[in-house]
Design a binder for this molecule. Structure first.
Ligand code: AMP
Ligand code: ZN
Length: 467
C-alpha cells in the first residue's frame, strides 16, 4: 500500500487519489529572477519522482507547476539592471526548462502556468474574499484578515495573534516573513513608482505572491486537490496562507496531502554566494559532471532528510553509474546455457523491495539500492558462468523498469556490432549497383542514427563511430 507523510496530519498515511483514478497535484515552482541553484533542483526532482511514482502506482496525474514571473525579487532585479520585468524573467524561465531537461525531469504531462497569465483569476479570487468578509482594502492594496479564518495555523502550528497585537505590528507587504510575524498579508499590492501594474477594482497594482498558487490551483485543478508539494521553507507562511485564501473562498478543504521536501546543504553548509558553495546545474556541467550523476547525487537522501551535497558525493555517483553501465555490458555478453536459480530469486526479491521502498513514503534511496543488490547477485552468477540469455534479458528488463522511476539512464542503448555495420555497408553497395538509391540512402540514415559515419573513398567505403 502506497503511503506518504502528510505534513497536515503530521503522520504517514495511505495515499490514493480521491476519485481513485487521477491524482490532482500542484507543485510550487521557481521564481525566475536568476538561475535555479542545486537546492531548488532537489525540490524540482522531488516533484518529478513523486509524479513518476504516482504513475508507477497506476494512477493518472494532473500536475500543475507554476512559474512565478512577477514578484518582489524579479522587480528588484529588473530595476537594478534597468530592464523590464519581462526581459528579466524570460531568459531565466528558459534556463529553468533547460535545467529540468538536463536532469531528465519528465515534463511531458505537466502544465506550467505563468503568474502573469493568471492575473484576472487572482483578481476574481481577491474579490471573492472581500465579498465573503475575509479581506479588506487599504490605500489600493488588499489584505487577508487572518482573524476571520478559524483554521489559520493548522498546517504550521503558528497561532494567529490577537487583533490588538496584530494592529500594533501593522500588516505585511513583503511576500516572505518569519513565524514571529503572524500578520495579515497582502493579496494585492498597489503599484509603486517604477513597478509594473495591472488594472483592478482597487486601481493599478500587482498580485501578492501567495494568491498565485491558490488561484491557479482553483482554476486548473479544482477546489480540493489530492497533493501539494514544495520545499520546507514554503510551509510557513506560503502554504499556510494558501490554505487560508483557498478555504476562506470555497468553504472546502484545499489539499488532502501536503508534502514537504527538506533542504539541501552544500559541503555541510547552507548555500550562499559568499561561502562559494552556491552551485547551479550549469556550474556542475562545466566542472565535467554528467547529468545522471548529478541526478543520482541529488537523490542520495530520503526527501524528508537534509541532504549534504558534496564534490565527493558527485564523484561517487559518477563511479556508481559507470559501474552499472559496465555491468549491463557484461550481462549482455553472456552465453551460458545453465540458469542460476539464486539469480531468479534475487530478481524477484529486488523487485519486491523496490516496490516496498517506494510505497514507504517515497523511499528513493531504498529503491535505488535494489539496483545494486541486483547487480551484486548477477555478478556472482556471471563469475560462475551461470547467466542464460533469458536471465540476462530479465535482469536488463528489471533495470529498465526501475529506471522508468529513477530516471538515471541505467541501461545504455544497445550498440550496433561491427559485423552488422559491415553487412549493412555491403547491402548499401549492392543497392547502389542496382541503382536503388532510395534503399542505399535509407541504409545510410539507419547507420547514421546509430552514430556510424560513412566516407566514400577511392579505396571503397570506410566507416567510423562518430559522436
Ligand atoms: P524559489 O524559486 O525560491 O521560490 O524556490 C523554488 C523551490 O525550491 C521551492 O520549492 C523551495 O522550497 C525550494 N528550495 C529553495 N532552497 C532550497 C534548498 N536549499 N534545498 C531544497 N529546496 C530548496
Ligand atoms: Zn506556491
Amino acid at each position: 500500500m502506497f503511503q506518504l507523510y502528510n505534513s497536515l496530519t503530521r503522520r504517514k498515511e495511505p495515499f490514493a487519489p480521491a476519485d481513485g483514478e487521477t491524482v490532482t497535484m500542484y507543485t510550487c515552482g521557481p521564481t525566475v529572477y536568476d538561475y535555479a541553484h542545486v537546492g531548488n533542483m532537489r525540490s524540482f526532482l522531488l516533484y518529478d519522482l513523486l509524479h513518476r511514482v504516482l504513475k508507477h502506482e497506476g494512477w493518472k496525474v494532473a500536475h500543475v507547476w507554476n512559474v512565478t514571473d512577477v514578484d518582489d525579487k524579479i522587480i528588484g532585479a529588473a530595476l537594478e539592471r534597468g530592464v523590464s520585468v519581462q526581459e528579466q524573467a524570460a531568459p531565466f524561465e528558459q534556463a529553468f526548462f533547460e535545467d529540468l531537461a538536463t536532469l531528465n525531469i519528465d515534463v511531458s504531462e505537466v502544465q506550467f502556468p505563468r503568474a502573469t497569465e493568471c492575473i484576472p483569476d487572482m483578481v476574481r479570487l481577491v474579490e471573492r474574499l472581500i465579498e465573503r468578509g475575509h479581506a479588506y482594502e487599504k490605500d489600493g492594496s488588499v489584505y487577508f484578515d487572518i482573524s476571520s479564518f478559524k483554521g489559520y495555523g493548522k498546517l504550521s502550528g503558528v497561532e494567529a495573534q490577537s487583533g490588538a497585537r496584530r494592529r500594533e505590528f501593522g500588516r505585511l507587504d513583503q511576500d516572505t516573513y518569519d513565524k514571529d510575524d503572524v500578520q495579515d498579508f497582502a493579496l494585492w499590492k498597489a503599484r509603486k513608482e517604477g513597478e509594473p501594474g495591472w488594472e483592478s477594482p482597487w486601481g493599478l497594482g500587482r498580485p501578492g505572491w501567495h494568491i498565485e498558487c491558490s488561484a491557479m490551483t482553483l482554476k486548473l485543478l479544482g477546489e480540493t486537490i489530492d497533493l501539494h508539494a514544495g520545499g520546507v521553507d514554503l510551509l510557513f507562511p506560503h502554504h499556510e496562507n494558501e490554505i487560508a485564501q483557498s478555504e476562506a473562498a470555497t468553504g472546502k478543504p484545499f489539499v488532502r496531502f501536503w508534502v514537504h521536501g527538506e533542504h539541501l546543504l552544500v559541503e555541510g553548509q547552507k548555500m550562499s554566494k559568499s561561502l562559494g558553495n552556491f552551485y547551479t546545474i550549469r556550474d556542475l556541467l562545466e566542472q565535467g559532471y554528467s547529468p545522471p550523476a548529478i541526478r543520482l547525487a541529488l537523490m542520495g537522501a530520503h526527501y524528508r532528510r537534509q541532504l549534504n551535497f558534496t564534490q565527493e558525493g558527485l564523484r561517487r555517483a559518477e563511479q556508481t553509474l559507470r559501474g552499472v553501465r559496465d555491468f549491463v555490458h557484461r550481462v549482455r555478453q553472456t552465453t551460458s546455457k545453465v540458469p542460476d536459480e539464486r539469480l531468479a530469486e534475487a530478481v524477484a526479491e529486488a523487485r519486491e523491495k523496490f516496490e516496498a521502498a517506494l510505497d514507504d513514503d517515497l523511499n528513493i534511496p531504498g529503491a535505488t539500492a535494489q539496483v545494486f543488490e541486483l547487480q551484486k547477485a548477477a555478478d556472482i552468477a556471471l563469475a560462475q558462468g551461470r547467466v542464460t540469455r533469458a536471465q540476462a534479458e530479465e535482469v536488463e528488463g528489471t533495470l529498465e523498469e526501475f529506471d522508468r522511476v529513477l530516471g538515471l539512464q541505467l541501461v545504455p542503448a544497445v550498440e550496433i556490432l561491427d559485423e552488422d555495420v559491415e553487412r549493412l555497408i555491403e547491402e548499401r553497395q549492392a543497392a547502389r549497383a542496382e541503382r536503388d538509391f532510395a534503399r542505399a540512402d535509407a541504409i545510410r540514415d539507419e547507420l547514421a542514427a546509430q552514430g556510424i559515419v560513412l566516407e566514400d573513398t577511392p579505396a571503397g567505403v570506410r566507416w567510423r563511430r562518430g559522436e
